[in-house]
Ligand binder design. Sequence first.
Ligand SMILES: Cc1cc2nc3c(=O)[nH]c(=O)nc-3n(C[C@H](O)[C@H](O)[C@H](O)COP(=O)(O)O)c2cc1C
Length: 245
Amino acid sequence: MCDIAGTTSPHKEHHERHQFRHPPTAFRRSGRPAASAHAADRPHRSDPGGGGAVTTDHPQEPGPTVTIVFESLFGSTRQVAEAIADGIRETTPVSVMSVVDAPALTDCDVLVVGAPTHAHSLSRPASRTEAESWARDPAKHLRFEGDSRATGVREWIDRCPSPRIGYVAFDTRVDMPRIFTGSAASAIAKRLRKHDLREVVPSESFLVDKDSHLLPAEIDRARRWGRAIASAVAASARPETSMKR
Ligand SMILES: Cc1cc2nc3c(=O)[nH]c(=O)nc-3n(C[C@H](O)[C@H](O)[C@H](O)COP(=O)(O)O)c2cc1C
C-alpha cells in the first residue's frame, strides 16, 4: 500500500477497488500497524474521480501495490519505467511517476526506482546540467526531458523517509561492460538499503547506445522484467514465502 500524497495513478479501476484493505505483511516490519489499513485515514494515492480516498468492499486479501519512481534526462529511463509498469500492471496495481513529481513516501509495499547512469553512478546537478548541454547539440538528436536540474534520484532518496518496504532498482547505462560504465542501479540499491529497505529482485540495467538512445530490444525486456517483479512481489506477499527478516 502506498501513501503518496499527490500521486497520479494510471492503474486500472479494477485494481483500485481491490487494494488497501488488508496490507500484506511480507514487506513490513512488525511493531508498527500498517498505516494503510484504512484508506480514509490517509492521503489518497489515486482518485481519478476526485471523490476522496479509495475504499474497497472486496472481502478477499488484496495483493500489494507497487510504485515506480524514475529520473530521466533524455527519455530512455522514462520509457523503461513505463514498460516495466506495463508488465507489472498485468497483474498488480502500479503507479509510475517522475522523481520531479514524487513526494516523500511515507508507506509503500514495493518501490521501484530507476535512473540514468552518470559518471558511473547517480546524476548530480552538474551532470544534469551537462546533459542539458548535450541536448543542445543537434548532432546528438536528444531531447532534454529533465524538468528540474535540482532534483534527481540521489537527492530524492536522501529525503526519503521510508523504511520497512521492498525495493527494486534499475538504471540505464551505455552498452559496454559494466566495469567501464558503472551503474546507477548499484548506487540506488546501496542508498535504499541504508534506508532499511529490502531487495525484492536483483537490480537490472537497460542499455543505451553511445549517443544515449535506448537499444530497441530493451522495451520488451523491461516489460518482461516488470512481469517478473510482479511475480516476485506476489510470492513475497504470501506468508509461506514471506521475505520478513
Ligand atoms: C553527464 C553524463 C554522464 C554520463 N556518464 C555515464 C557513465 O558513466 N556510464 C554510462 O554507462 N553512461 C553514462 N552516461 C550516459 C547515460 O547513461 C545516458 O545518457 C542515459 O542512460 C540516458 O537515459 P535518460 O534518457 O533517461 O537520461 C552519461 C550521460 C551524461 C549526460
